[in-house]
Write a protein that binds this ligand. Sequence first.
Ligand code: NAD
Length: 352
Amino acid sequence: MFVRVMEKTRLIEKESKRSKDDLIVIGGAGGFIGGALARYFVAKGFRNIRAVDKKPLPDWYQRVAGVECLCLDLSRERDCDQSCEGAVEVYNLAADMGGMGFIERFRVECLRSILINTHLIEAAYRAGARRYFFASSACAYNTLLQQDPQVTALKESDAYPAMAERGYGWEKLVSEMFCQEYWAERGLKTAIARFHNVYGPNGTWDGGREKAPAAICRKVVEAVESGSNRIKIWGDGTQTRSFMYIDDCTKGIDKIMHCDDLIGTPINLGSSELVSINELVDKVERVAGVKLERDYQLDAPRGVAGHNSDNTFIRQVLGWEPDTTLNAGLKATYRWILAQFQAMRKGHRVVE
Ligand code: NAD
């Protein structure tokens, strides 16, 4: 209640206009969304971007020309201070994460990402950054509301009373609270977006951390290239989800970060086009021009029965919502994964 009052009464200080020379710091930029965000800002004409990731530089998914790339561990306070020096805006896209198989198995790793946000937001505050962005997740929502594949879409207030996804979801929920309190108590303008399953080119597509759309594209590619014509599906395929294309994600991050009505306020950033995993496979098969035999692995990780993004709030505040159709996004994603697969067989990786 007290926090509520502080949030309501805190005046939003007028800040100087955004300049293309403002230093933008992106944590986790060696990964999927952080890399895409660096590319997005370069395309918008920003000239001063610092990309940070703990992975060695050759392992980054994208290295964008003109962007300063630093290999630092953002779970360490000193590395966060170094990353944020001179920053005007800081985006936290860094986390130890993966698809369902990863987050159900490595809960401690997921929880330890709390160190990243804790140090990074403090460093951003100390550096005098104007705005701070945190990438939260639909996994922050109460899992008890996600037991039925015929889902009612999740609206922002459904995170409380809290029963988040173990490990990964609780880390997101607590980090959201950090962002809310840095705004309420210290006046740092924070933005919090709850992403719902992001997919697209330049994401993880094999190795165990990949998410459903990339995993299914890869499995279809493998079935076609090997001639097996069979695909293994985790669970019974009736689980439902919505999937947001990467270009909608980067655009949404920018809009949410710069909306004064959303400071310190978690908001869904996801598509509301709900599909079952079976329907997702149908769509990828259509893109590839094949029809495969399906083997259902009922003991594999399957996550909650269903979740979708309720976009009432984002439509109301921003007059916009992610709108790339799954058919269009999957076409681009399949094409990219096919190229990766073929390049890998020849012993190299396609990096943009
Ligand atoms: P990703 O795994 O591709 O990228 C995350 C990056 O963070 C990786 O490159 C990793 O090396 C880096 N990282 C991890 N620990 C670090 C540390 N200590 N210091 C510096 N870098 C570190 O994941 P992504 O899909 O790009 O996700 C970005 C953010 O969005 C994450 O916070 C994730 O939880 C959130 N999110 C993603 C999705 C999705 O569908 N991709 C959905 C919900 C939320």
